[in-house]
Design a protein around this ligand. Sequence first.
Ligand SMILES: Cc1ncc(COP(=O)(O)O)c(C=O)c1O
Length: 419
Amino acid sequence: MKTLRLATHTQLALFGGPKIRRRPFPAWPVFGRSEAQRLLRTLRRGKWGKLQGPEVAEFERRFAAMHGCRHAIGVVNGTVSLRIALLAAGLEAGAEVIVPPYTFLATATAVVEANLVPVFADIELATFNLDPQAAAAAITPRTRAIVPVHFAGQPADMDGIMALARRHRLVVIEDAAHAHGARYKTRPAGSLGHLGSFSFQSSKNLTAGEGGIITTNDDQLAEACRSIHNCGRIPGGVWYEHHVMSANYRLGEFQGAVLNAQLDRLEAQTATRDRNGQYLAAQLRQIPGLHPQQRPAATTRHSHHLFLLRIDAATFGAPRAAVLQALAAEGIPVSGGYPLPLYRQPLFRNKAFGPYLPAERKKLNFARVRCPNCERICNEQGAWLEQNLFLGTRADMDDIARAFTKVYEQRHALARVRA
Ligand SMILES: Cc1ncc(COP(=O)(O)O)c(C=O)c1O
């Protein structure tokens, strides 16, 4: 890997110098004629619901096949998909489900909405993903499931998690909301646990604005998911015959139409993001104090919904907030990511669970939870770049690396920046 020759001994843009990046990065979403054609066809067909039209059914077939799964069930979003997966698993009310604390709130609130108790286990500092050892330490006689998140699009340590699950007879639901097209060894993310859950919300690598899907190879779990997402109806049953507590969580045909067109783009987009992500990581690793998300050998494809790194202020020589401010001024959009672990949200601190977990609530105390790696990443070190940046060229990556290098070279000037 060639070292970046830099810089520009110009002044930081933050203090009035020239910006490294003036052009915009690639926009998201990407769409064209195929989306328009499918949408128009759907409109004119007049079959706009999943139960009537062919688009969602086609998408479910293709998504299942792409994952080597027998089943895929399209639903309204990636929160409902998690909840339905948990309900389908038939866990008793109040059972415990291990989740990481460095994730969107849905990973844990779907657990509460299934009347189950989320138990937070720390992530690994290097990979940002659930640490199987921390998960093992969180197991109690009431543990029934684990929800690993393939955070940013890098698969969690599924060998470790599945071994733990086998030992304790736990259900594993992969939260693959970031991981469309990601691979763990030879298999796609979302096909490794008992159930997988994806989101198609607007920021996601495969999107229809909103939407979600559940993947599984288990016929019984699939049947339960299909029933729950369709008002409790059962295969072979009639329209006004409802067997389980549920509702209408079906994905619609317009979303199915967009998703079918987007799916045609996913393979090439994922390859581009992965290539650019690996290239940028190699560049940034050369800068003291920068630690791009560590990529285990088992990650054979990273979908880079996000590109993650840690900024170690002591070694870099400037605090994260000042570095991010300086990068933004250079034209590089980088955020600090989640500012607090999920268990520190008022929702958990106050146990504001609405009608859920009435019996367990008294005993729960999320103020006592400590996940030091997650806290360090949230409070001090984490940084994110979003997926659309990685749809560009190597020259785009060089601009990002150049901006980091410029900021590093002039880190001493950042002493005057107030956090
Ligand atoms: C890790 C993770 N899980 C679940 C979800 C929930 O997906 P949705 O927004 O489609 O409900 C998200 C979405 O943002 C997410 O990032």
